[in-house]
Design a protein around this ligand. Sequence first.
Ligand SMILES: *Cc1c(COP(=O)(O)O)cnc(C)c1O
Length: 374
Amino acid sequence: MGIYEELGVPRLINAMGTYTLYGGSLMSSQTLADINDAASSFVDLRLLQKKAGMAIAELTHNEAAYITCGAAAGVYLSLLAAISFHHGKKLKYLKKEDFENSQVILFRSHRSPYDIVFEQTHVTTIELAYSNHIPDSPLEDIEAAVTKNTVAIYFLESGWVAPGAPSLEITLQAAKKHHIPVILDAAAMLPPVENLWNYGKMGVDLTIFSGGKDLHGPQASGLIVGKQNLIDLLYESAFPVHGYGRFLKVGKEEIIGIYSAIKQYLAMDHTARSACSEAQVELACSMLNSSSCYHAQRDYPNEAGQPVPRILVTIQNPLLDTVKLSRYLMDGTTKIVVSIADDRHFYLNPMTMTIAETRLVCEKLLKINVETGG
Ligand SMILES: *Cc1c(COP(=O)(O)O)cnc(C)c1O
């Protein structure tokens, strides 16, 4: 009996993608071996964080890097660094009003449940642009919003953002002119692997990635890359320092796990991986289209904006809808989660499946057709 079975928590085939709720991604055996090694010794956590940060910065062509317990934590810590930088003081010397008076410029269409960090840090948010109205002069709008209290501009990159925000280039242009740091939440923007350095090359000051999505690091890990002066401030406030970031703990296992995963991500043959995703899409389309129950087609890019194809499936059987389908897929020994779009459409994502699993998912989907008489 495995450890999940002992607790009565069923294992799933994840046809949804790198969703945190279903486990994000899986670590390689190399990463697990490195974590095992890390877990077997005591080390100085401050030295480990520093050395791992330096190594990751070099590997990813950034000035500096910092490991956190997730991308959401990374946004919080980045904001703290920007506040500290703006006031020219360590956080512990700042008063409540200093936090409240710190202004962060952001775009309404970039709001998401992850940005509760603005409330947690007590900053004032200055919201620009509407999702149904592309501004005529975005550069001017951003510049007009800058005040002496602006500590950062926050930008979100994801496949699911609504339109309306200016481009990252325009945002950076305004930020550079006024010497305001740009914090970029790019949690799920891997692949492509080049994003690990491209944003920094564009001039983004701090870019945040999740370690538990496509990087295949520990699920509770994240990465901040960017400017040395800002990252240096993290050593004053983030774990293990007793301060604002102390509760966002990263252990030796997470630090070594994400370091190991990043090395492998850089060495990975991304072209071969892409070909594997395409093969899964082809397999699923040919299997599912052999039945009149479904119509399956390649869809690109995926919902996170990653350059990876996925499979859009339309249910053609009138006896079936996605509610019944989901219930059926979670029933029995092979339990499968898929991404539901609406009552007749769902997606299968090859990123978190092997070819064998893609086949299993399609076999189960084809069985449902028989059982509902479609
Ligand atoms: C997934 C995601 C996060 C959270 O990442 P964690 O590593 O789970 O904390 C934050 N922002 C965006 C845009 C995301 O997609």
